[in-house]
Ligand binder design. Structure first.
Ligand code: GDG
Length: 479
């Protein structure tokens, strides 16, 4: 057994919650990249002397552990070849499309798999070094699926949880993976395996029974060594109160009015916010919107579409192809339908601060979220959190995890362009009373199920899986 460190709670994720940025004078510093996950885990990290292990991006070597704002961070280096084989390759060109219903074709390469194994091993070894005796280690997402088993072999004293942020595919698709058994065994190193939806947990248990041959009963897997692994759904959420507070700020209110003004004060503003990813259905939604103009339902004076597409995974070929496709489509639509000073689509290929996102959510009358497959989709929840006025309409794909909770959205099938057009038009024409009825109900859901409830529920269940084992994670002190 490796000698133990001092952290009672260890988070293992592909990325650290900070980015390495180069300043104008050439010097470098760490800058927090505050996402939902960090704000959810931060209070628990503080209450438990937690440590976060992850890659800070880039290929600099020899990073040292450091503290940022009281959080203890352990940066993991990657070589250029690991970035290519492990990150861009196996994680984002094999697993990502395979786990998203084959929206794109996954590539299988043996040397990518080898890099996946060795990077997972390095992360597991580092976690084994920093975790204290009986500590809790929470491993995150599809890039790290072998870590639970590798870590268990090094440190059987640990309580290990794993959470998958993306969908877990049905057996019919997962079966294609040449290394399917290794991935299942990797995950079985955890005491609790968490998924966004019950369907993902069921797919996993069924595959374990069929492919690994372990006995299972409902959400439990019985291993030959006497351990029990539980697989269950923990739908992730957002810092609802934090978003609402931001949305209510004077600065955001002012900026949201400026955005409407800059767009020419149209009657309705449609909005899309996504990483530029082929799973998000950006192309189909822009086509649907443009066809509503062509069909004469409204004009560019009545309605415009703002699409924020945050740059993502730009070294991966399918993402470059997607970017070109969207560039061409937007050019085409604006060329055909726009007027001077009035493009039909305002397309922004950029990343913005959180305040700007909140201002956009405030300015948008119709939020359009149309993924072909999405684990949850936090954008949908963020929009609802910002609509404290109980106004605004959400058009949401049935294939986003969020659709299981946000039942009052205008639900659509993104493969059905006519159906999507009909829903966009309905949302466009909806009376205030109807919008408010739906928004109120959705707000109630996300106020109750926020990201703190998510983290508490996962860690609570993890402690319950093996109650007699390990230390108990102290609850966060929240105001
Ligand atoms: C994965 C799963 C699951 C986007 N552009 C900017 C920006 N964002 C923020 C959004 C939101 C987050 O990024 C995106 O989260 P999503 O959930 O929508 O999608 P993925 O990135 O694919 O996330 C997904 C999630 O993990 C969590 O488990 O829901 O299904 O695919 O928070 O606001 N934020 C800022 N500027 C931007 O330009 N500040």
């Amino acid at each position: 057994m490796a000698s133990s460190g001092s952290a009672d709670l260890v988070i293992v994720a592909n990325r650290l919650p900070v980015d390495r940025v180069t300043l104008p004078d050439g010097s470098q510093e760490w800058r927090p990249s505050p996402g939902g996950l960090v704000s959810a885990l931060e209070p628990i990290m503080r209450a438990n002397d937690g440590t976060w292990i992850g890659w800070p991006g880039g290929t600099d070597q020899g990073h040292e552990p450091f503290d940022a704002d009281g959080l203890s961070l352990v940066p993991m280096s990657m070589t250029p070849q690991e970035v290519e084989y492990f990150y861009e390759g196996f994680a984002n060109a094999t697993l990502w499309p395979l786990y998203h219903d084959l929206v794109a074709k996954p590539s299988f390469h043996r040397e990518w798999w080898d890099a996946y194994v060795s990077v997972n091993r390095r992360f597991a070894e580092r976690a084994a070094e920093v975790a204290s005796e009986g500590a809790t280690v929470w491993v995150h997402d599809y890039q790290m699926q072998l870590v639970p088993q590798m870590l268990r072999e090094l440190r059987p004293d640990l309580r290990i949880g794993f959470y998958l942020h993306i969908p877990f595919p049905p057996a019919e698709l997962f079966q294609q993976l040449p290394w399917r058994r290794q991935i299942l065994e990797g995950l079985l190193g955890a005491d609790l395996v968490g998924f966004q939806l019950p369907g993902g947990a069921q797919n996993f248990v069924r595959l374990v029974r069929q492919r690994v041959g372990h006995k299972t009963h409902r959400d439990l897997v019985y291993l030959p060594d006497g351990r029990t692994v539980r697989a269950a759904a923990f739908p992730i959420s957002i810092d609802t109160a934090g978003y609402e507070e931001l949305a209510r700020s004077e600065q955001v209110e002012k900026r949201s009015a400026e955005i409407r003004e800059a767009l020419g004060n149209p009657r309705r503003i449609f909005l899309g916010v996504d990483r530029l990813d082929y799973t998000k259905g950006i192309y189909a939604r822009l086509r649907a919107f443009s066809e509503l103009i062509i069909d004469g339902h409204f004009d560019v004076e009545d309605a415009v579409f703002v699409q924020v597409a945050t740059p993502s995974r730009e070294q991966v070929e399918q993402y470059r192809i997607l970017r070109d496709d969207i560039d061409r489509l937007v050019g085409h639509i604006n060329g055909d339908l726009g007027r001077i000073g009035r493009p039909a689509i305002s397309y922004l290929h950029a990343s913005y601060p959180r305040e700007e996102m909140a201002a956009l959510y405030r300015a948008a009358d119709i939020m359009v979220v149309t993924p072909f497959r999405d684990g949850m989709n936090l954008v949908a929840k963020e929009y609802v959190a910002c609509r404290y006025d109980n106004d605004g309409a959400l058009v949401l794909s049935e294939f986003a995890g969020a659709a299981e909770e946000l039942r009052q959205a205008w639900l659509i099938n993104p493969y059905d362009i006519n159906g999507m057009k009909a829903a966009l038009l309905e949302a466009y024409e909806a009376e205030e009373k109807e919008r408010s009825r739906r928004m109120k109900a959705m707000r109630k859901t996300i106020i109750q199920h926020d990201v703190n409830a998510w983290a508490d529920s996962f860690l609570g269940e993890l402690a319950a899986v093996r109650p007699s084992h390990g230390k108990t994670v102290r609850p966060a002190k929240r105001s």
